[in-house]
Design a protein around this ligand. Structure first.
Ligand SMILES: *Cc1c(COP(=O)(O)O)cnc(C)c1O
Length: 426
């Protein structure tokens, strides 16, 4: 097999590496996977078809990938204290699609956390499969506190009678009351799904409450705080009979694990990405290490320091702080600057954040009144509390001088040389 190396694409990959090395990465959903995690993804495992599960495949030659997938499953179970996992979902959205296909019928009611309050598209948004195939209703945060009022969740659940209640979010910085949510789900006869795509790493290492104690089903991504390859996963603390009584064609009540496995394949996916599953196995083992424990503790400490610094500088941090790795800032306390303005001007200084709707936002998602920031990526680079204060000061400097081109260029040069003190891959 003699082929010319595709220099066009590899040059662009190099350019992206440079961008990641030189910039200050504050997108809350991003992180930097280890070299061995990345190495595993660029292997011949991508050549292999392995539809089905280890030991029960639809293709021959799966002996080796069976071993790899079993290692990934065992490590995931150890990491989260789960009885059952499926490591095949290609992404967090795919994991949620598989769960909903497994436990719902088209037209069933679901109750999720409002997208504009920090929820995710896959929790019932009208532009997503979850809002098109099912009938969604939503709960949100209180205007005064920026936090979820569980009495209000109960009220909506009683009125709507959903078959599935979804908790978890993309831009909610606070702890979740899983015990209370389970009581609400039990009261209305709903299943409870926790989507821990964001705080998975903090939960795995005991730094946040454990949803597996109370939620029937838990989904996650593997690439956010968990710091693995881009992918998803579904977990059960304990397997149980499907409470809605769905039976196999032979009349047997199916276990939830079996329903969920078929929700992934053949329900929503074809062949699993075994090269990514190998990288997941490596990432799970990394996440079980003492080094990762130090890392994830620092992620949480850094977020608390960052949120406090923003508050000291007069920014409105939604809910007044953070219990996890991220924060949502309402820029309306700082005059006319929108989320979009902030994102656009910060990128000129090589500081990457994302614009985000804030609860009760009056602007569209394309403009938005807020920004979301997280500490998972910069903590991987080795930044600690002192650096968090500098990061906030830099952001404030950019936003307060947003029309001063030369000042922004000066800040960008400063960011680029500062980042050399926190080497990444080079
Ligand atoms: C990021 C995220 C997802 C989706 O993950 P993808 O891998 O991008 O599909 C799902 N749910 C929540 C809450 C998320 O934050």
């Amino acid at each position: 097999m003699i082929m010319l190396r595709d220099q066009i694409v590899f040059d662009l990959i190099q350019k992206e590496l440079d961008r990641q090395e030189d910039g200050l990465e504050l997108i809350a959903s991003e992180n930097f996977a280890s070299k061995q995690v990345i190495e595993a993804m660029g292997t011949v495992l991508t050549n292999k078809y392995a539809e089905g599960l280890p030991g029960k495949r639809y293709y021959g030659g799966c002996e080796v990938v069976d071993e790899i997938e079993n290692i990934a499953r065992d490590r995931a179970k150890e990491l989260f204290g789960a009885e059952w996992v499926n490591v095949q979902p290609h992404s967090g959205a795919q994991a949620n699609a598989a769960v909903m296909l497994a436990v719902l019928n088209a037209g069933d009611k679901i109750l999720g956390f409002d997208l504009s309050h920090g929820g995710h598209l896959t929790h019932g948004s009208s532009v997503n499969f979850s809002g098109k195939l099912y009938q969604p209703s939503f709960y949100g945060v209180e205007k005064e506190t920026g936090m979820i009022n569980y009495d209000h969740v109960l009220e909506i659940a009683k009125k709507e009678q959903p078959k599935l209640i979804i908790c978890g979010a993309s831009a909610y910085s606070r702890e979740w009351n899983y015990k209370r949510l389970r009581a609400i789900a039990d009261e209305v006869g709903a299943l409870l799904l926790a989507d821990i795509a964001h705080p998975a790493g903090l939960i795995a290492r005991g730094l946040m409450d454990d949803p597996l104690d109370f939620c029937h089903i838990v989904t996650t991504t593997t690439h956010k705080t968990l710091r693995g390859p881009r992918g998803g996963m579904i977990m059960l603390r304990e397997d149980f009979d499907n409470p809605f009584g769905l039976k196999t064609p032979k009349g047997v009540v199916r276990k939830m694990s079996s329903l969920l496995d078929s929700g992934v394949f053949p329900g929503t996916q074809g062949g699993p990405l075994e090269h990514v599953i190998a990288a997941k196995a490596i990432a799970f083992s990394e996440a079980l290490s003492n080094d990762y424990m130090d890392y994830i503790l620092q992620v949480k400490r850094n977020a608390a320091v960052m949120a406090n610094r923003f508050i000291d500088k007069g920014y409105h941090v939604i809910s007044g702080g953070t219990d996890n790795h991220l924060m949502l800032i309402d820029l309306r306390s700082k005059g006319e600057i929108t989320g979009r303005d902030a994102e656009n001007v910060l990128i000129k200084a090589d500081i990457t954040i994302n614009k985000n709707m804030v609860p009760f936002d009056t602007r569209s998602p394309f403009v938005a009144s807020g920004i979301r920031l997280g500490t998972a990526a910069i903590t991987t680079r080795g930044m600690k509390e002192a650096e968090m204060e500098k990061v906030v000061d830099l952001i404030d400097d950019v936003l307060m001088n947003k029309d001063n081109e030369s000042k922004i260029r000066e800040i960008k040069d400063g960011v680029n040389s500062w980042m050399k003190d926190f080497p990444l891959y080079k």
